[in-house]
Write a protein that binds this ligand. Structure first.
Ligand code: ADP
Length: 306
C-alpha cells in the first residue's frame, strides 16, 4: 500500500481502516517512514542512472535530518550543500491512509523554507559549473528563481518543475526555464485549463510558451508526455510504453530526474528521444511500490537507453 503522496522531505505514513475524527484516537495497523522531497527524488533517479549529482537543500538538526543526509549519501549524491539547521525541524509530510486508499496529509515544510540566498552563494560553484540545474517549488520560490538565474548567467541549462504548483507563479520562472516540465494538475493550476486529453495539453503548452519558456513538457501519466517547443511549432506527443502500474507515486520525479540525466550526459540526442527514454525510466518506476524504492538503477534497465 502506498500513501497518496510524499510531498515533504521525509514522510511518515500510517495505515488505518478509517480516518480518525477530531479528538479521536484509533488503532492503525502499519506505520512506515520514507524519504521524499521532489528535489531529492529527482536527484536519486538521476544518480541511479549514473549522473554526478549534488542536492542543495536544508534539513533540521534532528534524527530525520541525519537519516535524510545518510540516504542521500547512500545514493551517491553529494551532500556538501545540504545544510542542517537547529532553527527548524526537517520538512515532513505526515500521511494517514484508510483501507479505501483515501488519505489526510499534513505537510510541514520546516527547514526547507530556511534555505536562503547565502546558501545559494556558497553553492555557486556547483550551480554555475553544472551541466543542468533542476529546481522545484518545495523551497521558498524566490530562492528557486535565484538558482535558475545563477545557472542561466553561467550558460547552464535550466530544467524547472513547478511543483507544487502556484497559481500566482512569478512570471520570471517562465523566462528563466529552458525546459518547463509540469504534470496535468500543475498545468491546470498555472493556466486554468483542465487537461483531459492531448489537445488540452497542447493548448496549455502553447499558453506557457507565450509566457516565455523555450520548451514545455506536460507529463500525462500513462499517456506519456506532450512536448511543445518554441523552435519547432508542431507539438509532439511522446507516448509511454504500456505497463502494469502498481504505484505511480513519484513517477513525475523519476521522469524529471531521468530527463536531467539525458540533458547532461547525452546532449546530442533530440529532445523527443530524451523524452522517450525518460518515459521508459519513469514507466519502470510505476511497476514497483513506493517512491525512491521504485526508481530503477542503470544496470536494471535495457542497455539501449544508454
Ligand atoms: P506525476 O507523478 O507528477 O503525476 P505523471 O503521472 O504525469 O506525473 O507521470 C510522469 C511520467 O511517468 C509519465 O510522463 C510517464 O512517463 C510515466 N508514467 C506515469 N504513469 C504511468 C503509467 N501508468 N504507465 C506508464 N508510464 C507512466
Amino acid at each position: 500500500l502506498s500513501p497518496g503522496t510524499e510531498e515533504g522531505s521525509e514522510s511518515q505514513s500510517g495505515l488505518t481502516t478509517r480516518l480518525p475524527k477530531a479528538g479521536e484516537t484509533i488503532l492503525g495497523h502499519k506505520f512506515f517512514v520514507g524519504f521524499g522531497g521532489k528535489g531529492a527524488n529527482q536527484c536519486v533517479q538521476s544518480a541511479r542512472l549514473g549522473a554526478k549529482t549534488s542536492l542543495i537543500c536544508k534539513v533540521g538538526n534532528d534524527s530525520f535530518g541525519n537519516d535524510y543526509v545518510d540516504n542521500l549519501k547512500k545514493n551517491g549524491i553529494s551532500t556538501a550543500f545540504v545544510g542542517q539547521t537547529a532553527d527548524a525541524a526537517t520538512g515532513t509530510a505526515s500521511i494517514i491512509v484508510n483501507s479505501e486508499g483515501q488519505n489526510v496529509i499534513v505537510i510541514v515544510p520546516g527547514a526547507n523554507l530556511l534555505l536562503n540566498f547565502e546558501d545559494l552563494k556558497r553553492a555557486s560553484d556547483v550551480i554555475c559549473k553544472a551541466k543542468v540545474v533542476v529546481c522545484q517549488l518545495e523551497i521558498t520560490p524566490a530562492i528557486s528563481l535565484e538558482a535558475l538565474k545563477m545557472a542561466r548567467a553561467s550558460g547552464v541549462k535550466t530544467l524547472f518543475n513547478p511543483a507544487p504548483a502556484l497559481a500566482d507563479l512569478d512570471p520570471q520562472f517562465y523566462t528563466y526555464s529552458d525546459i518547463f516540465c509540469c504534470n496535468e494538475t500543475e498545468a491546470e493550476i498555472l493556466t486554468g485549463i483542465p487537461v483531459g486529453n492531448l489537445e488540452d495539453a497542447e493548448k496549455v503548452g502553447r499558453m506557457l510558451l507565450e509566457r516565455g519558456c523555450k520548451l514545455v513538457i506536460v507529463t500525462l501519466g500513462a499517456e506519456g508526455c506532450m512536448m511543445i517547443s518554441g523552435e519547432e511549432p508542431i507539438p509532439k506527443h511522446v507516448p509511454a510504453g504500456k505497463v502494469r502500474a502498481v504505484d505511480t507515486t513519484g513517477a513525475g520525479d523519476s521522469f524529471v530526474g531521468a530527463l536531467a540525466f539525458y540533458l547532461a550526459y547525452y546532449p546530442k540526442l533530440s529532445m523527443e528521444e530524451m523524452i522517450r527514454k525518460s518515459n521508459c525510466v519513469a514507466s519502470v518506476s510505476v511497476q514497483a511500490p513506493g517512491t525512491q524504492s521504485s526508481y530503477p538503477y542503470r544496470k536494471d534497465l535495457p542497455q539501449d537507453l544508454f
